[in-house]
Design a protein around this ligand. Structure first.
Ligand code: NAD
Length: 223
């Protein structure tokens, strides 16, 4: 099966499932997981009347967990001491691990790791999903399930918690008409705020490249 055919099949399922969800539960908040996730999130945005705060793509929460694991491993630190985020497209080539913002107990990780080691951590994070798929023989389910459950908990318990999620952008990060991973605040209304943080020049360039890749995939949708 070609990638285009697979996207066509997933798009059909995502359209059917989202319209059924809305029919039976008009106040639904949809968390999109199916891949290519950013494009499927965009599809829900384009083919339903749901407000953008109620359409959330899950990818960054999982990728960030993998990023934090790799950082903790590299620094020989407990993962609970590490904070970090992955934004951008949810794909091996699209992910943008924010190494310049990652910290160990509030101290920038660059104080503990060389540029080369940080680069390696970023690369290992990007192939995290593919590495697991190769080992398992199927796509991962435990960590994605745990990540979705964290998003649901933030919404159900109105936690106002921050996660990188795919959301429809209207100028944030210099991007328009695209769903892609950026930090958002999740609460009872779904996405309650998009957090537009300053990026380094290198991260800006990676985000732009990532968005170009997502837009190209969006071009395969029949809207
Ligand atoms: N966003 C992420 O981080 C992330 C992580 C892992 C997997 N994924 C993606 O999630 C998707 C599912 O992966 P999986 O490993 O669970 O696949 P899977 O094949 O194990 O499960 C797919 C499920 O969808 C059901 N299904 C198929 N057609 C349906 C329809 N029309 N209506 C309702 N249900 C239908 C099937 O019965 C099956 O239970 C894939 O697109 C995968 O790439 C995303």
């Amino acid at each position: 099966m070609t990638r285009e055919e697979l996207i066509g099949i997933n798009a059909g399922i995502v359209k059917t499932v989202s319209s059924n969800l809305i029919q039976h539960s008009p106040n639904v908040i949809i968390i999109v997981v199916s891949n290519p996730m950013d494009t499927m999130t965009y599809l829900v945005h384009k083919t339903t009347d749901l407000p953008k705060n109620r359409i959330i793509g899950m990818g960054g929460a999982l990728d960030s967990a993998r990023f934090k694991y790799r950082l903790a491993e590299a620094m020989d630190a407990p993962i609970s001491d590490v904070d970090g985020m992955v934004i951008g497209g949810h794909s091996d080539t699209g992910m943008v691990p924010l190494t310049s913002h990652a910290t160990r107990n509030s101290i920038k990780v660059s104080e503990f790791l060389s540029d080369d080691r940080l680069q390696q951590v970023a690369e290992d994070t990007k192939v995290g999903g593919a590495t697991l798929t190769k080992l398992l023989g199927t796509s991962a389910w435990y960590a994605p399930g745990a990540a979705v459950s964290a998003l649901v908990q933030a919404i159900a318990c109105d936690q106002k918690k921050m996660f990188p999620c795919s959301t429809f952008l209207e100028g944030e990060y210099g991007l328009n008409d695209i769903c892609i991973g950026v930090p958002v605040i999740l609460g009872k209304n779904g996405i309650e705020q998009i957090v537009d943080i300053p990026l380094s020049d290198a991260e800006k360039a990676k985000m732009k490249e990532s968005a170009e890749g997502v837009s190209k995939t969006n071009g395969l949708l029949e809207l």
